[in-house]
Design a protein around this ligand. Structure first.
Ligand code: VGL
Ligand code: ZN
Length: 195
């Protein structure tokens, strides 16, 4: 018996239309909503209790204002996804699927860059891996932003932890198209299924 879950990485306003707006972001959100529709409907097309049959987990880049990754603090990125600001919020069209216990924040420590959703924790302090184990997950579908950074690091950590990883290639956005294609190639060679 295989159990699937969807992990949505950093579909946050700063990565969609804010300070770090990524290519294909609007489209990725639209396609993600279509996938959620598809994956949560049964063979006969009937609606299931979505969250019981197909858990959807959300990752949030969630930085303090003095985070080390910001250029003003010596890092390489513009200020983005500061906790409590609009830029750090999940896109409103995804909000109906968001549950607090299935939302994992990363990059919360000023001195630590964390690209991988695997390093995130929910409000109860539980990690993504811990929750996926509790849900008996075998197959993790991944979408989100950005391919070259947080999506890639999350996929690689999931693979290392023993999950089958399916990357939904129409549901991701990227910093550069070239970097996106290169990352997809490298992920595929590691055994991540690009679909
Ligand atoms: C990310 C740059 C900085 C990402 C997060 O979500 O890919 N990129 N912080
Ligand atoms: Zn960040």
């Amino acid at each position: 018996m295989r159990n699937s879950a969807l992990v949505v990485v950093d579909m946050l306003y700063d990565f969609i239309d804010g300070s770090l707006a990524c290519q294909n972001a609007d489209n990725a959100v639209k396609e993600t909503l279509k996938q959620i529709d598809r994956l949560t409907k049964g063979q006969g097309g009937e609606e299931h209790e979505i969250l019981d049959t197909f858990p959807i987990l959300f990752i949030r880049d969630h930085h303090p204002a003095d985070h080390c990754s910001f250029t003003c603090n010596g890092g390489t990125w513009p200020v983005h996804c500061v906790a409590g600001t609009h830029g750090g919020d999940i896109h409103e069209h995804l909000l109906p699927y968001v549950r607090e216990e299935l939302t994992f924040d990363k990059g919360c420590d000023s001195n630590l860059e964390q690209y991988s959703g695997f390093e995130g924790t929910n409000s109860a302090g539980q990690s993504l891996g811990e929750i996926l184990e509790l849900l008996d997950t075998t197959d993790v579908h991944v979408c989100g932003i950005a391919t070259e950074f947080c999506v890639r690091n999350t996929c690689e950590d999931l693979l290392k932890a023993g999950f089958r990883v399916h990357l939904l290639k129409d549901c991701i956005a990227y910093v550069s198209h070239e970097g996106h294609l290169k990352a997809l190639e490298e992920m595929a060679s590691q055994g991540i299924v690009i679909e």
